[in-house]
Design a protein around this ligand. Structure first.
Ligand code: ZN
Length: 196
C-alpha cells in the first residue's frame, strides 16, 4: 500500500469486518515476506531470518505470535482513534512496550543533512521484523498525521490507511479495489430503484 508500515501491517488480517477474516500471517515466513515487501529489512536480513527460522521453528512461531499480538494492539488503538472512542488502556500499554523494545535496536547514524535511526544490521533476532513496524506505529501515534488515519469506507474492507490527499477527504483504501466496487454498487442500486 505504501503508507506507514504499521497501517499496512494492521491490514494483514484481511476482511476484518467479515465472519471469514483472512489471516495473511499464517507462518513466520509470511511475516518475513511482509517485512521484505514493505522494505523494512534488507534482502540479506530477510534471507538470514528465513534460514534461522527453519533451523529453529519454535522461535519463529513465538515471533509470529508476538507479531500478531502487537498487530491486534495496534488495531485496537488506531481503531479507537478513528472512531473517536476511548483508547483501550491494555492495548496502548502493550503497544507502548513493543515500541520501547523496538527502540533498543535502532542506532543513530549520520544521514543526508540529518541523522537517521537505523535498525542494527547485525541483528539476527527472529523478532527483528517487528521493530520497524513498532517504531512506525510509535511515530505515527505521536505525530500530527494521526488525525488523518482512516478506515476504508467499504463495510467489507475497513483497511486502515493514512489520508495524505490535500483536502483529506479520501474514503477508500484504494480507489481501484474498494472505491470502484462501491461506485458500481451504487450504480446498480440506482438502476434497480429506477426500474421499480
Ligand atoms: Zn478498502
Amino acid at each position: 500500500m505504501g503508507g506507514p508500515v504499521c497501517l499496512d501491517f494492521v491490514n494483514t488480517l484481511d476482511d476484518r469486518p467479515s465472519v471469514e477474516q483472512k489471516e495473511l500471517l499464517v507462518t513466520y515466513l509470511d511475516l518475513v515476506g511482509f517485512a521484505e515487501d514493505a522494505g523494512i529489512l534488507s534482502e540479506v536480513q530477510t534471507k538470514e531470518l528465513m534460514r534461522r527460522s527453519t533451523l529453529n521453528p519454535d522461535n519463529g512461531w513465538r515471533a509470529l505470535r508476538i507479531a500478531i499480538e502487537m498487530r491486534e494492539a495496534m488495531y485496537a488503538v488506531f481503531w479507537a482513534v478513528i472512531k473517536k472512542k476511548p483508547v483501550p488502556a491494555a492495548a496502548l500499554h502493550a503497544l507502548s512496550r513493543n515500541v520501547q523494545t523496538a527502540a533498543e535496536h535502532f542506532h543513530l547514524v549520520p544521514g543526508q543533512g540529518h541523522f537517521e535511526w537505523r535498525l542494527d544490521p547485525a541483528t539476527a533476532s527472529l523478532e527483528a521484523p517487528l521493530w520497524p513496524i513498532a517504531r512506525s506505529a510509535g511515530e505515527l501515534l505521536a505525530s500530527d498525521e494521526l488525525q488523518y488515519v482512516r478506515a476504508c469506507a467499504s463495510k467489507t474492507c475497513e483497511w486502515l490507511f493514512l489520508d495524505t490527499t490535500k483536502n483529506h477527504a479520501r474514503r477508500w483504501c484504494d480507489m481501484t479495489k474498494c472505491g470502484n466496487r462501491a461506485k458500481v454498487r451504487r450504480f446498480y442500486t440506482r438502476n434497480k430503484e429506477g426500474t421499480t
